[in-house]
Design a protein around this ligand. Structure first.
Ligand code: HEM
Length: 403
């Protein structure tokens, strides 16, 4: 029986790796259910794999974000957002505007570029493991490994000096924190945009093999190359999208492997399982914003519910990845699981552009971690790990480890 009364969005978790409590019940009883949004409006929470993928592929579902899925201490006006250098982010666009950027970017994420990045990623991971070893035991795996690896990989992708990665990490942290003042937020955003603008200028003067140089030189089908403003917005989106996500999947992946010790032991004994382990970590943790925000462009039907044009849709990819209709025993973390299509990188037109880079990075990171620190363990019980319930992307704030 479809549920009709909007319920408050309850995303509290019983323990660090558990999913928000209402998801399991909603998936079986009301996979598309009315929900009260943090800003007071109403929308639809979509929790089943079938309905989440249907919505992500639906031509009448827009990626434009006119509402918020989390309670932030400040919200920027559209003018402030535009002025911050993040304004023209194609993650929130629909075709044909989205198609222009997407094609240009897809042309840059070539197998050749990924292959050429592999040696740099290997080196970055080795150096971060050296730093972790030098820092402990005990040491914080988040500060010494999960964060610096992806931030340095992004720098390598963009041809940005490594020394700039610490400042970038700090700014990104401010942007994703829920409690921050307007001035602090704008400072972080414009600071990132200014640095990106300077980098664009540098690459225009001396092009190299980086993705940013590739984007500068790429000519879209309409024949008009990207302007500096567009390059800054695309650059900022990629830096932000590629760093926080990967860092938190690495952190949560280690937390899962430590919490289910037998899975760490399996990976240690059969390191060739690392590809499967990475897919399972992605599925099990499904790091991202609380739900993917979408808006119905026209009246439509989803999961037996009548959705009206303009209604917000909150697509809970996290819940979809624990749907027993798609994954047998979904709440079991199993690094030997045969990979099956999951939605940790979403689905449809906005499916993650950096997913192959992220996969490569995580395979190298987990593969080397398990070989270098086979006796790795947490120094505190898993339920005492400080979690990022105050951030817009979930994960662990710190992971105290020993070996
Ligand atoms: C494990 C790491 C990652 C996860 C879990 C992840 C997840 C996602 C998800 C769920 C989306 C879809 C958002 C939506 O539809 O609203 C997305 C989009 C995107 N991601 Fe990733 N991502 C990861 C790593 C990366 C990396 C490394 C990059 C690039 C360096 C990247 C670049 C992008 C871009 C540019 C988009 C927007 C695509 C579009 O709108 O067409 N991501 N990502």
């Amino acid at each position: 029986m479809p549920q009709t009364q909007p319920q408050p969005l309850d995303l509290a978790r019983g323990c660090p790796l558990a999913q928000p409590e209402p998801y399991a019940r909603l998936r079986s009883e009301a996979p598309v259910s009315p929900v009260r949004l943090p800003d007071g409006g109403t929308g639809w929470l979509v929790t089943s794999f079938r309905d989440v993928t249907a919505a992500l592929a639906h031509p009448q579902v827009s990626a434009q974000r006119h509402f918020q899925t989390s309670v932030n201490s400040v919200t920027l006006t559209p003018e402030e957002y535009l002025a911050s250098g993040f304004g023209t982010s194609f993650i929130g666009m629909d075709p044909p505007e989205h198609t222009r950027y997407r094609r240009l970017l897809t042309g840059q994420f070539t197998v050749r570029r990924l292959k050429s990045l592999a040696p740099s990623i290997e080196r970055i991971v080795d150096e971060c493991l050296d730093a972790l070893e030098a820092a402990g035991p005990p040491a914080d795996l988040v500060t010494d490994f999960a964060q610096p690896v992806p931030s340095q990989v992004i720098c390598a992708l963009f041809g940005m000096p490594y020394r700039d990665s610490a400042l970038f990490q700090e700014r990104s942290h401010v942007i994703f924190r829920m409690e921050r003042g307007k001035e602090e937020l704008l400072d972080a955003m414009t600071g990132m945009a200014d640095d990106m603008r300077a980098l664009v200028r540098k690459k225009r003067e001396s092009p190299d093999t980086s993705l940013l140089s590739g984007l500068i030189e790429a000519v879209p089908e309409d024949g008009t190359p990207l302007t500096d403003d567009e390059l800054v917005a695309v650059g900022n989106l990629m830096m932000i999208a590629g760093y926080e996500t990967t860092a938190n999947v690495i952190g949560l992946g280690v937390l899962a492997l430590m919490s289910f010790r037998s899975q760490w032991e399996t990976l240690r004994e059969q390191p060739e399982l690392v590809d499967r382990a990475v897919e399972e970590i992605l599925r099990y943790t499904t790091v991202g914003p609380f739900c993917l925000p979408r808006t119905a462009k026209a009246d439509l039907e989803l999961g037996g519910q009548q959705i009206r044009a303009g209604d917000p849709l909150l697509l809970a990819t996290e819940s979809a990845n624990w749907d027993p209709a798609q994954f047998p025993r979904p709440e079991e973390f199993d690094v030997t699981r045969r990979p099956k299509r999951h939605v940790a990188f979403a689905y449809g037109l906005h499916q993650c552009l950096g997913q192959e880079l992220a996969r490569m990075e995580m395979r190298i990171a987990f593969g080397k971690l398990v070989r270098r620190f086979p006796e790795l363990s947490l120094t505190v019980p898993a339920d005492q790990v400080p979690m990022r319930t105050d951030m817009q992307i979930y994960g662990a704030h710190t992971l105290p480890v020993t070996w």
